[in-house]
Write a protein of this length. Structure first.
Length: 346
């Protein structure tokens, strides 16, 4: 199946994802508020989603310096790289809540776990917001009235215990489902038991993301040592049965020192359970670099070529299993902003 964008656009997207921040021109005013996420690869940074050639990318922005620069001329925007032409014709896409067209809320940021790549628990109290359930529902209802609204998603750290977070999330899903009977709802919890998957499904969630983070067990032990990979795989297998095919996804972060074969074996194991991997290049920044370095030693930055190669290989595996990223209506496969998405970009 043909990708939705050209090979050149996919290459540009991969280079943007692998590269540094985008510097905004002096005095440039964004037409809408920038995204200040407390979860996901850009957590803790100020970002903007750029669309070009039929795809989009979320990038950290800076007023001072950056590998890329936004240029504005006669009302048209383009991106340059170190002063050289890079992408003509870009547009800025508003993030409804965290993601374009989605009300995607992180309900808790304080975390009992200490995954070395994750910035959420490293954020200051200010950034994490401490939202009450009433406030979350109110914010989502408000977003649902905005132009472009398509879906709702909830993610979370684990502030007390996985089961308490799942129950809180399920309560929110139930309230949102009652208010928005037709909106697709995605959930991204850490579960330790299959019945927690049922609780979320019964509350009205349509899609679920259960992240294995890495399929390399030695690396998993080092970076997510307090979590249990087998519990997550068990939950994914169960989710494949209760949510159905093309409704379950799972992050596999690459760039932690694993090889491509291991990443693709993970993709295949997930596909056998009806789940679609979200292949995500590791982002190393000031917040997570020390923990990653202490745990895994010096890591090679992920290249644009590796992103494109793994996404292309994933597409072959998914096709063989009659799975597709394009069926998702919530979370990262629908958002497109942080990864090279098989079937869309390659
Ligand atoms: S791709 Fe996923 S993590 Fe990135 S902005 Fe979109 S929803 Fe958030």
């Amino acid at each position: 199946m043909e990708a939705k964008v050209s090979i050149e656009t996919a290459r540009q997207k991969a280079e943007l994802l692998a590269g540094g921040p985008v510097r905004l021109p002096h005095g440039f005013r964004l037409p809408f508020p920038a995204s200040r996420s407390t979860a996901g690869p850009g957590a803790g940074w100020t970002s903007v989603v750029f669309s070009f050639g039929g795809t989009r990318t979320k990038k950290t922005i800076s007023r001072d310096s950056g590998e890329f620069e936004l240029a504005s001329r006669d009302g048209r925007l383009s991106l340059t790289r170190s002063g050289n032409a890079f992408i003509d014709d870009v547009e800025l896409v508003p993030t409804l809540m965290h993601a374009p067209y989605q009300a995607f809320v992180n309900i808790e940021s304080k975390c009992v776990y200490d995954c070395k790549f994750c910035n959420s628990p490293r954020l200051t109290h200010d950034a994490t917001k401490d939202l009450t359930d009433d406030r979350i529902v109110e914010m989502i209802m408000d977003a649902s009235t905005k132009e472009g609204f398509q879906s709702v998603a909830l993610t979370s750290a684990v502030t007390h215990s996985p089961s308490m977070t799942v129950r809180r999330m399920a309560g929110l899903v139930g309230r949102i489902r009652a208010e928005l009977p037709n909106a697709p709802i995605g959930v991204e919890p850490y579960t330790t038991r299959p019945d927690e998957v049922d609780i979320l499904r019964d509350a009205g969630a349509d899609e679920i993301k259960l992240n294995i983070e890495t399929f390399d067990r030695d690396i998993f032990e080092k970076v997510c040592g307090d979590m249990d990979l087998d519990h997550i795989l068990h939950a994914i297998n169960h989710a494949g049965e209760v949510f159905g095919r093309n409704k379950v996804c799972s992050n596999i972060i690459f760039g932690l020192g694993e090889d491509d074969e291991n990443v693709l074996e993970g993709v295949t194991v997930l596909a056998n359970m009806g789940a679609v991997a979200t292949l995500r290049a590791l982002r190393i920044d000031e917040m997570n670099s020390e923990a990653l370095n202490d745990t895994l030693g010096k890591l090679e930055p992920v290249t644009a070529k590796r992103m494109l190669r793994l996404a292309t290989e994933e597409k072959i595996i998914l096709s063989r299993h009659k799975l597709s990223t394009l069926k998702f209506k919530t979370m990262c496969h629908a958002c497109l902003s942080c990864d090279i998405v098989p079937f869309w970009d390659v």
